[in-house]
Design a binder for this molecule. Structure first.
Ligand code: PEP
Ligand code: MG
Length: 351
């Protein structure tokens, strides 16, 4: 639609965690992928065993050996993702969830893991118990995993860069420029630390392959402190992507998994009009987003900014994103057509 293209500034990217999602997203008009949640690739039958070995390792060497097994799978998935996107941007987010989400619960699976690692069932159970957290969503997750286990970020960087180099070689006319996204940053020093691991690994891979490849390292803005210190964070980030699922729960102080239990009472009593996880809270969460953009852009004028929380598929939230100057919204593949329409309408309305 020429009229829409003429006026639209905000691009719709999609959230796609697998190559199949990415294909669907492209069919539905997505101009890139704004969020690939890499952990979804680990749950598949052929990888989960190695991933569990990685979690239950006692030493860096053991962990690296398990990660070596995962690397080819992850590289293959990233390659398929780049192929599905035919040169359009793909933002790959590094491991985010707490590790206990991956460990076995069935006795037979615990035994299998123990045997694979030469450990006893009791030893494995002790490791699993040690992963227990009272508030996992505010616990050992996001970039905190890469700070404690930089070898995970190294493996993921190798997989991204090797896949990108392969696809670029096979498709010289595509512009493959990996975007690596670090989740749950709340302090610039965290990003600096993880970025250094990523850059050293990526540059070594590119040099070893004897090619030139540009890549970007950016961060999610999904903790209020990150939004409020965005001028510091922007010095280290090529891009920001608002993770409004976490940003909403951290701003309201209630969990997206538990809010369902009391939100109906809030609607009945007219305290809330909408579910803030579905429709962006422009007053509070939106103010943090605007603050982050206002602080970040002057420090780093090349900074590009998007949103990849579920709000990216909600028309009124898309309009707000347009208004505050975002470059793209990213949402689930099936919501891409609605988000594109909302972006086009917002562009015309604001003309
Ligand atoms: C978010 O927090 O908005 C986000 C996209 O990340 P996740 O939902 O995977 O935490
Ligand atoms: Mg998040």
């Amino acid at each position: 639609m020429a009229w829409a293209d003429k006026y639209r500034k905000l691009k719709v990217r999609t959230n796609a965690d697998t190559p199949a999602d990415a294909k669907k997203a492209r069919e539905l008009g997505a101009e890139g992928i704004g969020l690939c949640r890499t952990e979804h690739m680990f749950f598949e039958e052929d990888r989960i065993a190695a991933f569990r070995e990685m979690i239950c390792s006692d030493t860096v060497e053991e962990r690296e050996a398990a990660l070596e097994k995962i690397l080819p799978y992850q590289q293959g998935d990233f390659k398929a993702l780049y192929e599905a996107l035919e040169g359009c941007p793909v933002t790959i987010r590094f491991l985010d969830p707490p590790l206990h989400e991956f460990v076995p619960t069935e006795e037979a699976d615990i035994k299998k893991l123990a045997d694979a690692q030469g450990k006893t069932v009791e030893q494995i159970k002790t490791i699993i118990d040690g992963l227990h957290e009272f508030n996992p969503m505010m616990g050992h997750r996001g970039c905190r995993l890469a700070v404690t286990y930089p070898e995970i970020a190294k493996m993921q960087t190798k997989a991204v860069i090797r896949a990108a180099i392969e696809v670029q070689k096979e498709h010289a006319d595509w512009n493959i420029k990996p975007e690596i996204m670090i989740p749950l940053v709340c302090e610039v020093e965290e990003l600096k630390y993880v970025k250094k691991v990523v850059v050293e690994t990526a540059d070594a891979e590119i040099a070893a392959a004897g090619v030139t490849l540009e890549y970007e390292v950016g961060t999610m803005i999904e903790i209020p402190r990150a939004a409020l210190t965005a001028d510091e964070i922007a010095k280290e980030a090529d891009f920001f992507c608002f993770g409004t699922n976490d940003l909403t729960q951290m701003t309201f102080g209630f969990s997206r998994d538990d809010a369902g239990k009391f939100l109906d009472a809030y609607y009945d009593k007219k305290i809330f009009e909408n579910d803030p996880f579905a429709k962006l809270d422009q007053t509070g969460v939106g103010k943090l987003m605007e603050t982050a953009i206002k602080l970040g852009k002057p420090v780093n004028p090349a900074l590009h900014v998007g949103i990849c929380g579920e709000h990216g598929g909600d028309p009124s939230s898309v309009e707000f994103c347009h208004k505050i100057g975002l470059d793209y919204v990213s949402c689930s593949p099936f919501r891409v057509p609605i988000a594109r329409l909302a972006a086009a309408q917002a562009a015309i309305a604001n003309k």
